[in-house]
Design a binder for this molecule. Structure first.
Ligand code: GLC
Length: 403
């Protein structure tokens, strides 16, 4: 069996971390399978995939294509701006399609597995006739006007969809139509790297803050700077905590993707923290490459997405690190948190609710310890690479056999 994975980016976001674990799981389960990856931009993913022993080729997106995305479409004005960006990207996209077609022909895989929107479309259009294309959905698409239309129009070229949660699977069925087979498969986490013990990041130094006093409970939001990750809800929740609760908050992460308009500016968040009078109660560490070390240096990991979270890899990673988690109740994150006994949640965007949950955990070290243990147990049961490989194998085998 040979599988070629197509990733739009070489940067390490959630979908790319999930791809890495998926390839690691398949390599362990099937050493004889040939696994290769084509990425649309260079980045840390490339080296990490090579370390797994898989082939990687960087086929860079032209800049106009890299910037394209409909995240920012919320009104007529921005729709026109998006259409203008599309118009500029059409020519380069065709050139790219030709290059990709050549790469796909040369590598002649049994299955093409695409890991992000642009690659879903490009992969479907560039795949040699008869080669099944699997779309791996990591995000909801139905609410994105242009995206969902394009996917629906190309769905006949897609042999199957893998979705990172049942919630995303439902959305994918709606977008792609009943003719497409959709398989929910949860992500895996590297349980050796995301473990309760190991190196810790010096978050105070990274945030350029004086060291916090020893009794301080560290609470952090670990996320990309996508607009819907709830940074402002987290800041507001911190501002609502009584000053008697010894807490320091950390915003861990930074802008990662090239897609225009999809991310919140770090300057904006700092201004917001200032307006809320947070002072040294919050620190901004910027992007931390070793996210496991960042998570381990926290006592409470906050997930605060204001939109339904497709899966919420960071929730699973924090569980694997044995940390107490407060998650926002929406989308696949509900499935992930419910897998863990006694999980703690708040409603998306509810800063008051989040502040209350943080306070309960910050003032109860035993509760944090119990949740941490339950989290690790959940991760070892639900988020192994082996489980992911077991679920994916029959999907690939069925497709390669049929076509
Ligand atoms: C995307 C989703 C996130 C998920 C990740 C891995 O980044 O937004 O919820 O955890 O992909 O599937």
């Amino acid at each position: 069996m040979s599988i070629l994975f197509l990733s739009p980016t070489g940067q390490m976001g959630g979908a790319e971390a999930a791809l890495h674990e998926m390839i690691a799981g398949l390599r362990d389960a099937h050493p004889s399978w040939s696994l290769g990856v084509v990425v649309g931009s260079d980045g840390p993913l490339v080296e990490r995939i090579k370390t797994l022993g898989a082939r990687v080729e960087v086929l860079p997106f032209p800049p106009a294509l890299a910037k394209l995305g409909d995240w920012s479409v919320d009104g007529a004005g921005s729709l026109i701006a998006l259409l203008a960006r599309c118009a500029v990207a059409v020519g380069p996209a065709f050139i790219y399609l030709r290059q990709l077609r050549r790469v796909l022909r040369a590598s002649a895989p049994d299955v093409i597995h695409t890991n992000g929107l642009k690659m879903h479309l490009l992969g479907a259009w560039a795949a040699p006739k008869g080669t099944p294309v699997v779309w791996h959905f990591h995000d909801f698409a139905a609410g994105r006007r242009l995206t969902s239309r394009l996917l629906r129009r190309s769905a006949s070229r897609c042999a199957a969809v893998i979705a990172n949660s049942r919630s995303v699977a439902q959305d994918a069925r709606y977008v792609c139509g009943d003719a497409t087979s959709v398989y929910p498969v949860w992500n895996a986490v590297d349980l050796a790297r995301f473990a309760p013990t190991g190196s810790r990041a010096d978050l105070d130094a990274l945030a350029q803050l004086p060291p916090a006093s020893p009794d301080v409970v560290r609470v952090g939001l670990v996320a990309t700077f996508a607009r819907w990750k709830g940074h402002e809800t987290f800041l507001e929740a911190l501002s609502l905590l009584p000053s008697s609760v010894p807490v320091r908050g950390y915003i861990i992460g930074g802008p990662l993707y090239e897609t225009a308009g999809s991310q919140v500016a770090s300057r904006h968040l700092r201004e917001r923290a200032q307006v809320l009078g947070l002072g040294s109660r919050v620190g901004f560490t910027g992007f931390v490459a070793d996210s496991a070390a960042a998570i381990r240096s926290l006592d409470i990991v906050v997930h605060a997405s204001t939109d339904p979270e497709p899966f919420g890899l960071v929730i699973a990673e924090a569980m694997a690190c044995g940390r107490a988690v407060v998650a926002s109740r929406g989308g696949g994150a509900i499935e992930v948190t419910e897998a863990c006994a006694g999980s703690v949640t708040h409603m998306p965007g509810d800063a008051r609710g989040l502040a209350d949950r943080i306070e309960e955990l910050a003032t109860d070290p035993d509760l944090r310890a119990r949740l941490g243990e339950a989290g690790r147990e959940t991760a070892e049961r639900c988020f192994t690479r082996a489980r992911m490989a077991v679920e994916l194998t029959p999907i690939y085998q069925g497709l390669a056999h049929v076509h």
